[in-house]
Write a protein that binds this ligand. Structure first.
Ligand code: GLN
Length: 488
């Protein structure tokens, strides 16, 4: 069995009545049954609700109504994206039983377009991590090598798409959590411009950094999904009313004359030579198609990881204050008084990494340290943003590796938070600047683990990075390879 079809194929077959929405959902359910076993990508699967929705779509088609561009496409959501019919746990014991009373904006948009929410995926607790090992529930394995991590924090979403259990999944990216696991699992992952997609219904981690984005087999599917979820939503005041271009139409534009920037900052110490070779081979391909590759510089990138861990933890400490054992979430059974209720509920509900971030964030925001750390980090963030503004005066896109290495063994970095933080060294600056970036497969290392190529564009130019990604995928077959399990 080859697993599910991709998004474009599923929608096409359902819309043309070659296959019913019910069959499309059933094929994902079957693939999950056959493959989920040891991979453990999902926190919950809702086959009954999905089949019921599929029948409604089939009935609409039978009555000659248009069920939407994503008719019958089953999708999975990272478990920090709220939907009404399932728990949204953030892979945390503090939200283990939380069923949201509303749908996220992206869920409303997807449902209106005919997509069907089938499952919720595993993640690092509250999206804090780079390996999905910080899940409060269980670890997810990489389909290419079960002893390796899938990356994180959207590792459940990327592993599920890589194993072809679901045509597409959604993740959130605060410092790399879509792109890094996409690279490590050999799938396509897009972080849109900050403000391109509403965060309404996304459980907040670092509110000025978080964006929801699609995880797919290829750039065409990413374009189809972004077209549906992008746009202004009055419920998220940071979402922007910028017009949504036709991402699918932009895919086929020739890339002749496009200026692609490469920055030495992305090719420094710690970069696995096999990753570098694959990225440089991709640049050769772009050159052969008439693009021009130019050296640029992003001088403040070296401060990005440090800056991020001040800004992100500060925002997280504030966002996570709401889990107090009173409003919702876990409440300790026998508190001695109110303070004890707060302290114990949080102590019991949060895992070690989340506690570490809350403490760091509280510290950098405390009086006396606010200026030295938080305010300083905001200034550095402005410098990083200016680096990109300057770079995009001379190039159209920036190409780089996504991660310094391919997937690492489970357990290798889990006791060393600083080593784990460095897994996002090439992805974090895009979040600090707010620019869009995509990770696409560009080869394999000697252990046959996937390698990712990152394409970063100017603000709101997702069309351009999707175009370049699609042109790359039209000329190569890296994205079509299947992990051993899926080939069985
Ligand atoms: N790995 C980074 C962190 O732990 C990024 C996570 C993310 O993008 N959600 O903060």
């Amino acid at each position: 069995m080859s697993g599910v079809l991709n998004v474009a194929e599923t929608a096409r077959t359902v819309r043309s009545r070659k296959c019913s929405a019910r069959q499309a959902v059933q094929s994902a359910i079957n693939a999950i049954r056959d493959r989920e076993g040891r991979l453990k990508t999902f926190i919950s699967v809702s086959p009954d609700a999905a089949l019921k929705r599929a029948d409604e779509i089939d009935a609409a088609i039978a009555h000659g109504r248009d069920p939407g561009p994503l008719a019958g496409v089953p999708v999975a959501l990272k478990d920090n994206i709220c939907n009404r019919h399932a728990a949204t746990t953030c892979a945390s014991n503090i939200l283990r039983d939380f069923v949201p009373p509303y749908d996220a904006h992206v869920v409303e948009r997807l449902t209106a377009a005919g997509a069907i929410i089938l499952a919720k995926t595993n993640m690092d607790e509250f999206a804090m991590g780079s390996s999905t090992e910080n899940s409060g529930f269980f670890k997810t394995r990489n389909p290419w090598n079960e002893n390796c991590v899938p990356g994180g924090s959207s590792g459940g979403s990327t592993a599920a798409v890589a194993a072809r259990m679901i045509p597409a999944a959604f993740g959130s990216d605060t410092g790399g959590s879509i792109r890094q696991p996409a690279a490590l699992c050999g799938v396509t992952g897009l972080k849109p411009t900050y403000g391109r997609v509403s965060r309404y219904g996304l459980v907040a981690f670092g509110s000025s950094l978080d964006q929801i984005g699609p995880i797919t087999v290829d750039a065409r599917d990413a374009a189809l999904l972004l077209a549906v979820i992008a746009g202004r939503d009055p419920r998220d005041s940071t979402s922007v009313a910028e017009p949504v271009p036709d991402y699918v139409a932009a895919l086929d534009k020739p890339i002749h004359g496009l200026k692609i920037g490469i920055a030495a900052e992305y090719f420094g110490q710690g970069l696995d030579p096999q990753v570098e070779t694959a990225v440089r081979a991709a640049l050769d391909l772009f050159r052969a198609r008439g693009a021009e590759v130019r050296e640029i510089t992003l001088p403040h990138m070296k401060y990005a990881v440090a800056c991020y861990y001040v800004v992100a933890t500060a925002e997280a400490s504030s966002n996570l204050a709401r889990y107090d054992g009173v409003h919702y979430g876990h409440r300790t059974p026998v508190p001695s008084d109110l303070i004890d209720l707060y302290a114990r509920s949080r102590h019991e509900g949060f895992g070690a990494e989340v506690k570490r971030r809350i403490m760091l964030g509280t510290y950098v925001l405390s009086s006396g340290y606010y200026d030295a750390y938080y305010l300083k980090a905001l200034k550095v963030r402005t410098l990083i943003r200016r680096d990109f503004e300057r770079a995009f005066e001379s190039v159209d896109v920036i190409a780089s590796p996504v991660t310094p290495t391919t997937a690492f063994p489970i357990g290798e970095k889990s006791d060393d938070p600083l080593a784990m933080y460095l897994a996002d060294i090439y992805t974090i600056s895009a979040n600090l600047a707010g620019v869009p970036a995509i990770s696409i497969p560009c080869g394999f290392d000697a252990k046959r683990l996937p390698i990712g190529l990152q394409l970063t564009g100017p603000w709101f130019r997702e069309d351009r990075i999707l175009n370049l990604a699609h042109q790359f995928q039209s000329a190569t077959d890296h994205h079509t390879h299947r992990p051993p399990l899926a080939a069985a």
